[in-house]
Design a protein around this ligand. Structure first.
Ligand code: SF4
Length: 283
């Protein structure tokens, strides 16, 4: 094998919201000795281990916190927020400002009587928080939402309809949902609320995948935005996901002189750099 040139995507790795939540947790842990996060702060074991060593621990379900609790970048439901306020000595809200803005827009549309559809992953903490306990806010996973006769009827009957996106949604999925909704309700309010860091990462991986025979996406198997990056890259080239340098299979790099690298929003810079160094050593 010859020497491999690695091209790092123009935008990759930690997004603004994740970086901010980590900074807030570290600052609190330094000041108060320990801080508990409401679930894992990121989908990355390496980051979680480093944080734990510095006093940032994950709160397990049902556990009563004895230190400040930090709400993650994804946000939580109003009910879950109140529960934390009731049981924790102090609550630090690290909800990403971009998620908070989407939530305000969803609430406003729903308060004016609109049936709100949010394109996202049902079961994802951000989607759960955006929906909150509102009956007329519905999470739709993909453009097949009109296959449900019940939802179709609700959309037709509603006085008004609005469409939003969970911040990490794939652009193409949102576009397909928009097209299908407008076919049924041409006057529907459409707000593409995919956040700008996500949009930039998706555009960057697309541009990169068009120019290299292989894209390596560094990220945790549980990370939805990592999976989206793989999906986007696969439209143009071969793509693999690895959690770190040890998962790189040399056989995949045979007869390849250029490789693209990108990373999910939970992947720290040192892991990305370790993957790049390992690829460059394959010769
Ligand atoms: S993906 Fe976007 S909205 Fe979500 S935490 Fe990161 S910056 Fe905020």
């Amino acid at each position: 094998m010859g020497r491999i040139t690695v091209h790092l995507a123009e935008e990759s790795g930690f997004c603004f919201g994740v970086r901010r939540a980590i900074d807030l947790s570290l600052r609190a842990a330094e000041k108060e000795g320990q801080v508990a996060t409401d679930g894992d702060l990121v989908h990355n074991q390496h980051v979680l281990d480093t944080l734990r060593d510095k006093g940032v621990v994950s709160l397990t379900k049902g556990e009563r916190p004895h230190c400040a609790v930090l709400i993650r970048a994804h946000g939580v439901t109003t009910h879950a927020r109140q529960e934390l306020i009731d049981i924790a000595p102090r609550v630090i809200d690290a909800t990403c400002p971009m998620v908070a803005t989407i939530k305000k827009q969803v609430d406003r549309a729903n308060d004016t009587g609109a049936l709100v559809l949010i394109v996202g992953k049902s079961g994802h903490p951000e989607a759960i928080g955006l929906k909150d306990d509102r009956d007329d806010v519905v999470i739709v996973d993909n453009a097949k939402f009109l296959d449900s006769d019940e939802l179709k009827k609700r959309i037709v009957k509603a006085s008004s309809v609005a469409l939003f996106a969970q911040s990490t949604t794939l652009q193409s999925v949102f576009a397909d949902c928009e097209k299908n909704l407008l076919a049924l309700r041409p006057e529907a309010l459409i707000k593409n609320t995919i956040c700008s860091p996500t949009q930039k990462r998706q555009a960057a991986v697309e541009a990169l995948a068009k120019t290299v025979p292989l894209v390596v996406v560094v990220g945790d198997p549980r990370s939805a935005n990592t999976a989206h990056l793989v999906e986007m890259a696969e439209r143009y080239t071969r793509a693999i996901r690895v959690e770190g340098p040890n998962e790189l299979d040399e056989a995949l790099f045979e007869n390849i002189s250029e490789v693209g690298v990108t990373a999910g929003a939970s992947t720290p810079d040192d892991v990305i750099q370790a993957v790049i160094s390992r690829i460059e050593q394959i010769a």
